[in-house]
Ligand binder design. Structure first.
Ligand SMILES: *Cc1c(COP(=O)(O)O)cnc(C)c1O
Length: 476
């Protein structure tokens, strides 16, 4: 740009030039005009005051300004929500968007976007329907619940349940279950915003049935059991199970709400993972309402489920807050398609990417790591050692927090030991700058890429030639 010499071209000249017209055709007049002005400003700034250079080639100058405008517009046009390759080893990574949807769900969502749909319309009678009716039957069939509604996410489900059943009164929770999920989701805060008073009982490590009994009084609205998703209390511990609490809740005529967090519909033990309590288990144990997420172990779109006793679910459905946190037609369509896959449990791992990743055979992952090691080593050259390694994946999103699944991947280690921490950071940054950014994790002096979730090997290998590793500057 600063190489453009001669008098600075006018905006009009650039827009009417051959290259300028191509840019206008692609990005429109308004955006191109702004970008050309920006490019001209840059040129003026670069030249400072000495603009009296007369080695003119006007055609080139005009084309260079148009090219610069196109470059800026191109960069602005790239999606901000970038696709990435999740090689972190965390299958349900909240910061990387959690579950990957099944093809059936993707197709259903796309179809729902393209045409009007009978979202709240009963085609039988021609009268108004309820949007959650679309999936209610399926959810009840799969979980054994009497009734079900859907909201934006599990945080919204808890907000709605507490606001509906415990507004202005007390919700009884064990101190050992007052979780912080990450970001700003802290159970005590959400309870306060829901308008219920938190009645903490027990201690951090031990809560007994008698703590619940002692706390129940005129102000009590419900008992709340919360899955300690992202941590375990170990050692000298005691908590009260849903089954025991259900007996007490029934006796005291209080609803028992069980926030399962991830909420799986299947016995993960069947797939070689550790068994996690299912939604069906919680209902069988006697929970009156169960809440869980759509985009964690379920493997669907972001959503929050409220399932259980009909009178309580109906009360939640009537709360005006339901309207503020309802699900849109796109996600409802994706959710319906996802739930249908559960009707054929034998083929679940093939059809649900989340379960497919979690149950991928180790040999398969190892073979893939060995396949990509060669191209990786060639792309990185002598400065970085590339080795196949054993590593451990985790489910993520607060499901089975301490459960690790044996996996395989690549460990990248800079050979120069000087400033190895900064070299590793530079290496990780180079992978994040690839056309499809690759995200790994740094562990014990190596950048580790867990291959468990590498579903697009061609794209991964195909872009390695574009790696540009910035040299680490000599530090103090
Ligand atoms: C993840 C989680 C939530 C929040 O669910 P979102 O769907 O992310 O809103 C609430 N409670 C528990 C126990 C969780 O694990």
């Amino acid at each position: 740009m600063s190489k453009v010499s001669g008098p600075i071209p006018s905006v009009d000249e650039v827009l009417r030039g051959e290259a300028g017209r191509v840019v206008v055709a692609r990005f429109g007049h308004v955006a191109t005009l702004a970008a050309v002005r920006g490019a001209l400003d840059e040129l003026r700034a670069a030249r400072g005051r000495n603009s009296a250079n007369h080695s003119v080639n006007r055609v080139d100058a005009v084309a260079a300004i148009a090219a610069r405008a196109a470059e800026v517009l191109e960069a602005e046009d790239a999606p901000r929500l970038r696709r990435v390759l999740n090689l972190t080893g965390t299958v349900l990574h909240t910061n990387l968007g959690r579950a990957i949807l099944a093809e059936e769900a993707v197709a259903a969502a796309a179809a729902a976007m393209r045409a009007p749909a009978a979202l709240e319309f009963d085609l039988e009678s021609g009268s108004r329907g309820e949007r959650d009716d679309i999936v209610r039957g399926l959810i009840c069939e799969l979980t054994g619940a009497e009734d079900a509604i859907l909201v934006n996410n599990n945080a919204a489900a808890i907000l709605l349940v507490l606001n509906t059943l415990a507004l202005g009164r007390e919700s009884i929770v064990s101190r050992g279950e007052l979780i912080e999920i990450g970001g700003s989701f802290r159970m005590p805060d959400i309870m306060a915003r829901a308008g219920t008073r938190l009645r903490e009982i027990g201690t951090t490590n031990r809560t007994h049935l008698r703590d619940y009994v002692d706390a129940i009084g005129d102000e009590s609205a419900l008992l709340l059991k919360i899955h300690t998703s992202n941590y375990l209390v170990q050692g000298f511990t005691k908590d009260v199970g849903t089954d025991e609490l259900a007996v007490l809740a029934r006796e005291k005529k209080l609803p028992l709400v069980d926030d399962l967090g991830s909420g799986t519909l299947i016995d993960l033990g069947k797939y070689g993972l550790r068994r996690e309590r299912t939604v069906q288990d919680a209902l069988k144990d006697g929970a009156d309402l169960v809440t869980f997420s759509g985009d964690k172990l379920l493997g669907g779109p972001q959503a929050g489920f409220i399932v259980g006793r009909r009178d309580l679910v109906r009360a939640c459905a009537k709360n005006p807050i339901k309207r503020a946190v309802r699900l849109d037609k796109i996600r409802l369509a994706a959710l319906e398609a996802t739930l249908k896959i559960y009707r054929d449990p034998d083929r679940l791992p093939e059809r649900l990417p989340t379960l497919g990743f979690l149950t991928r055979p180790l040999d398969d992952i190892r073979a893939q790591a060995e396949r990509v090691a060669g191209p990786m080593s060639r792309a990185l050259g002598v400065a970085v050692e590339v080795a196949c390694c054993a590593c451990t994946s985790q489910i993520g999103s607060g499901a089975l927090p301490l459960e690790t699944i044996p996996s395989a991947g690549l460990a990248l280690t800079p050979r120069a030991k000087k400033q190895s921490g900064r070299q590793l950071e530079a290496l990780a940054a180079a992978f994040r700058r690839l056309p499809i950014p690759v995200i790994g994790h740094i562990e014990k002096g190596a950048l580790v890429f867990d291959c468990r979730c590498l579903d697009d090997e061609t794209a991964f290998v195909g872009q390695l030639g574009k790696l540009a590793i910035m040299p680490v500057e000599a530090g103090p």
